[in-house]
Design a protein around this ligand. Structure first.
Ligand code: ADP
Length: 530
């Protein structure tokens, strides 16, 4: 019965299931999560930036209010004097006494007010103008004073240094004016969570209330009127939710991405495991049909030969001997198969297989080859043996190692066509002893060279299709050699033949890997190569 190469189709199907059923939905979900997170964060950031810009404008207005209020308080007395038509000297004296904060009181007669600008602060006019040569950095800020007839007689006010005023009032404006403004609580942040920075005409930082946390949403607004050139930058303060949000979003995106990957990986491995189990079940069922054939064929041949001999249906003594040899050959074949099955069953049950005794490998190989020689010769094989008289010592289980060589010889015989040549050689390497069985047979494709060591695995194409086998021989060879601390090497080209080399650690010199364990237990359990 032809068995499809394990994995070819089921693996393809699993890949499609993983891609369509898991990878695509997981990526879509992760993509949606990331997209929504970015959209929401973007919206929050836009809103925060708008809010920051609004607050910065409010701070500018609060400075204007503050200035107007100070000027108004300081001019109360001067206004009273103006109303009784007092002379400018008296008015200046009253201004000097009226405001302790401003040091340079000034009265501007009405006819000189042309170059002065009116800043309307909450409906109230505040007159201002930049100082001349002597007061370049200062601004006049004052109110219009009216005489007893209600006629404007001039403006009374002070020379104000805007930088000093802003620095002096920044904390207070942020602390008192902003929280007292109900409208400012509508945003995402309360003013307690804001960082406010005063910037000078060159963009330099003059003073700061709280450390900014997220400059991405910071907004800067220029101040007006007497404060022109200065600016206020508002950003979420360190630790404010809006500042944390932008940092959190990257954490969230990374997390979603990692979770998506974890889902895909876990499912891939889970499904691969399931497929492997299915393949194994499939291989086991084909193993049963193969083994049945393997057992039945020699039995049928033996029975035929026995019957022929019993009934003396042969014409010459030579022909009779031929039947006896055939019985011997088929019995050996049966024995090898039964040995393999028993070894395999023991290994599968986790029982020890390898005894740890000195082995004369050269003699072992020669004996095994001699035992197998009739089968090869009967099938027209040319056998070449190149085994030295002596090989470095090896420790292990002679019977198990002999099974290995026998299995390799059996395969060389089974998988050869027109070129019937088998070469058995042995030799020593620096730390190992090698036994090679080479043939000029059908060869093994590179992609199958690993797989053939898996239990029940067979190539099942070309000639192998017609050769029965249980797919256990190489599994056993590999497990036995591994149990000796060695390995099996394959060199093969499709159509050009194969060479299998058993590489066994030398028992002289450096201690072989695992040899210690052998000595202690006397047995080594073969590991599963898969
Ligand atoms: P079996 O021979 O019973 O199928 P094995 O485990 O001995 O099982 O071999 C596994 C597979 O490896 C074989 O079915 C065959 O496809 C391939 N193989 C093994 N030895 C050779 C060889 N000498 N030349 C070509 N193919 C081989």
């Amino acid at each position: 019965m032809a068995v499809p190469p394990p994995g070819a189709r089921p693996r393809g199907r699993v890949l499609i299931v993983v891609i369509l059923g898991v990878a695509v939905p997981a990526m879509l979900l992760a993509g949606l999560g990331i997209y929504l997170t970015l959209r929401i964060t973007r919206a929050v950031q836009d809103e925060t930036a708008r809010y920051n810009s609004y607050i910065a404008l409010q701070i500018g207005q609060a400075f204007e209010n503050e200035l107007l209020e100070r000027v108004r308080q300081g001019t109360v007395q001067a206004e009273n004097l103006a109303r009784v038509n007092a002379p400018p000297v008296g008015i200046v004296a009253a201004l000097g006494a009226g405001n302790p904060e401003f040091e340079a009181p000034h009265f501007v007669p009405v006819e000189m007010l042309n170059g002065y600008t009116v800043l309307t602060v909450e409906g109230q006019p505040l007159l201002y103008a930049q100082g001349g040569k002597t007061r370049q950095d200062e601004y006049f800020a004052g109110l219009l004073l009216r005489d007893s007839n209600g006629q404007a007689m001039g403006a009374g006010g002070w020379w104000v240094d805007p930088r000093r005023f802003l620095l002096q009032h920044l904390e207070e404006v942020v602390r008192e004016r902003l929280p007292s403004n109900e409208r400012l609580y509508g945003g995402y942040e309360s003013t307690r969570r804001l960082s406010v920075t005063l910037l000078g005409p060159l963009g330099e930082e003059l003073h700061r209330v709280r450390q900014p946390g997220d400059l991405g949403t910071a907004r800067t607004e220029m101040l007006k009127g007497p404060f022109e050139g200065y600016a206020v930058r508002v950003a979420p303060a360190e630790g404010a939710p809006a500042a944390l949000a932008s940092r959190f979003v990257w954490f969230e995106i990374t997390f979603i991405g990692l979770m998506g990957m974890a889902i895909v990986l876990a499912t891939t491995f889970g499904l691969r495991y399931a497929v492997r189990q299915l393949e194994l079940a499939h291989l086991k069922s084909s193993f049963v049909s193969n083994i049945t054939h393997e057992l039945k064929t020699p039995i049928a041949m033996i029975r035929l030969a026995v019957e022929t001999l019993e009934m003396r249906r042969f014409s010459s003594p030579e022909e009779g001997e031929g039947f006896l040899r055939s019985i011997e050959r088929e019995t050996l074949r049966l024995q090898q198969l039964v040995d393999n099955i028993l070894d395999f069953a023991r290994l599968e049950a986790g029982q020890g297989l390898v005894r740890n005794q000195p082995v004369d490998l050269a003699a072992l190989v020669r004996d095994t080859v001699d035992g197998f020689r009739p089968r090869l010769e009967h099938q027209g094989f040319r056998l070449e043996v190149d085994v030295p008289e002596e090989l470095p010592p090896v420790r292990g289980d002679a019977i198990a190692l002999s099974h290995c060589v026998l299995n390799l010889l059996d395969n060389a015989l089974k998988y050869s066509r027109a070129q019937r040549e088998v070469r058995v050689s042995a030799g020593a390497r620096a730390d190992a002893v090698t036994v090679t069985v080479a043939d000029r047979g059908i060869g093994i494709a590179p992609e199958d060279q690993r797989r053939i060591f898996e239990k029940f695995a067979r190539v099942e194409t070309g000639l192998v299709h017609n050769v029965k086998g249980a797919g256990l021989g190489l599994t056993l060879v590999d497990q036995i050699v591994r149990a000796h601390g060695g390995r099996v090497e394959v060199e093969s080209t499709l159509g050009g033949g194969s060479a299998f080399t058993l590489v066994l650690p030398r028992a002289d010199g450096a201690e072989a890997p695992g040899a210690h364990a052998h000595r202690k237990t006397g047995h080594v359990t073969g590991g599963d190569p898969t």
